[in-house]
Design a binder for this molecule. Structure first.
Ligand code: BTN
Length: 325
């Protein structure tokens, strides 16, 4: 209840578009006393919002904090479903693990789990995902699309496109995709995506889309073994990037693409994915568990499987591999 009042106050600030709002007007709009308004504003300040109070003028939201919080995420979120329910934590083992539990307990489509830090962040192929406090975006989204089980890998590709578009909109940077779903800038990894499905009796119950973005780390913040292969948006854009804005843009782009996908199918998403992919149309080496294969990457099929044309002319399907360009 209390946090709903804070959301109303934030909405009122948003509608005021940078102008002062009097305590009286806020109290009237929200339906509580001026003292209650003051108390809620004090709570918002503790969350990191900078609110200026001037006698006879009222309150002004000076600038958004760079702290992540459920209220910060709410303010400026332009979606109908994705991110509308938020579970925010200062620190968790893994948002992916938590989101799975929420999904099993019936969490609705679009529920977002986000944490300022992960102590056991998980990557693809049972790798660890380095998730330090305060600098990255560590988030998992529960989606419940009505699609056949075999089509769920398409959601990973769709997410990669959504994240790229969100990074472009937030920073002006132009990332590329390295198959299957690494997002790179200048050849270094800035984001990883991990999708996991829960199914019952051949029906998709939920898909948990895990997204990890390196946002505001400096080079020296990465462990030595990552310094040559990882990067952050701050390193590449040479400025601090708002994690809240990026998160809101990711939710927005994901919702747009998901709606398009459910209405018109995978084709437009696949085309976008291929336009961002750095390996398509190039000579690559795919290192798989069975061995390394070199050839020409001609594209992906509708399941997101990489198609590699070998010197013999034979087209090989690559399901899981690390790619060298
Ligand atoms: C990869 O290996 O490239 C995928 C990395 C996915 C990391 C994200 S961070 C949020 C979510 N929680 C996790 O434990 N992993 C995913």
């Amino acid at each position: 209840m209390k946090s709903n009042v804070r959301k109303d106050i934030l909405n009122a600030f948003r509608n005021a578009k940078g102008e002062y709002i009097s305590g009286e007007k806020l109290a009237k709009e929200i339906g509580c006393s001026r003292t209650a308004v003051w108390k809620h504003i004090e709570e918002l300040k503790k969350e990191g919002f900078q609110v200026k109070a001037v006698r006879k003028k009222g309150y002004l939201l000076v600038e958004h904090s760079n702290k992540l919080s459920a209220n910060e995420i709410y303010l400026g979120l332009e979606t109908e479903e994705i991110g509308r329910t938020v579970h925010f934590y200062e620190s968790v083992s893994s948002t992916q693990k938590l989101a799975k539990e929420f999904a099993l307990n019936g969490a609705k489509h679009g529920t977002l789990v986000v944490s300022d830090e992960q102590t056991e962040g998980r990557g693809r192929l049972v790798r660890q995902w380095y998730s330090p406090k305060g600098t990255g975006l560590w988030m998992s989204i529960i989606v419940r699309p009505e699609i056949p089980i075999q089509k769920t890998p398409q959601l990973t590709l769709l997410t990669a496109v959504a994240v790229i578009q969100a990074i472009e909109a937030t920073t002006g940077l132009h990332p590329t995709i390295k198959w299957p779903n690494d997002i790179l800038i200048n050849g270094r990894k800035v984001c990883g995506i991990l999708t996991e499905m829960q199914a019952e009796e051949n029906r998709v119950q939920s898909v948990i889309i895990g997204i990890g973005v390196n946002v505001n780390q400096n080079k020296a913040d990465f462990p030595e073994e990552l310094q040559t292969i990882a990067t952050s948006l701050k390193i590449e854009a040479d400025k601090t990037v708002s994690r809240t804005k990026l998160l809101q843009n990711i939710c927005y782009q994901l919702e747009q693409l998901l709606n398009e996908y459910l209405h018109t199918g995978f084709k437009p998403i696949k085309q976008l994915w291929e336009s961002y992919a750095n390996s398509i149309g190039k000579q690559i080496t795919a290192r798989t568990a069975k061995g390394s294969y070199t050839g020409f990457a001609i594209g992906i099929n509708d399941e997101g499987v990489l198609l590699l044309k070998q010197a013999s002319g034979e087209v090989m399907e690559i399901y899981s591999a690390d790619i060298d360009l």
